[in-house]
Design a protein around this ligand. Structure first.
Ligand code: HEC
Length: 135
């Protein structure tokens, strides 16, 4: 009986561990995709339009979360008012001809693009374990 319990416990543990490492791997993958999206779609425009990158390490994790939750883009009035627009297929459609990442990620669901970019900027915030510049 106790042997069976420990076998069951072992199987449960193994399942939990695989599940956990699966989640960690998925989170890492999202962050990597988010990094490419951010650099190739967001930063490219920041550089050409204002000459300055806005890297993840310029804000705290809390600031990035609040920024994305508010869904406002910037205060200049010259861009789309919503940051979610730049995470959408609608925006990717407009630049796919000249932007390889937009073309590659064209069919990515908007919510997935948002989650990936969020994972990258929050994961690279200045108070995170892995602050990320745009290099
Ligand atoms: C079409 C060009 C363009 C794209 C694409 C773009 N941005 Fe921007 N973004 C700008 C401009 C212009 C500003 C204003 C820069 C300034 O203050 O001079 C800005 C500002 C910002 C700011 C600073 C806002 C503030 O009030 O401090 C953040 C954060 C930001 N963008 C995030 C993003 C993210 C994330 C994406 C991609 C999902 C993105 N942007 C895509 C042009 C763009």
């Amino acid at each position: 009986m106790s042997k069976r319990v420990s076998i069951v416990a072992g199987v449960v543990m193994a399942a939990l561990l695989t599940g956990l490492s699966g989640n960690v791997a998925a989170a890492e993958a999202n962050k990597k995709v988010g990094k490419v999206y951010f650099k190739m779609i967001c930063t490219v425009c920041h550089m050409t339009s204002s000459g300055k990158a806005i890297p993840p390490n310029t804000r705290t994790m809390k600031e990035w979360q609040a920024y994305l939750d508010a869904d406002k883009h910037d205060a200049t009035g010259k861009t789309n008012p919503k940051v979610s627009y730049y995470l959408s297929r609608a925006y990717r459609e407009t630049v796919k001809g000249s932007n390889k990442a937009a073309e590659k990620f064209l069919a990515m669901p908007d919510a997935e693009a948002a989650a990936n970019v969020r994972a990258f900027v929050v994961g690279g915030a200045k108070d995170s374990d892995t602050p990320a510049s745009c290099e």
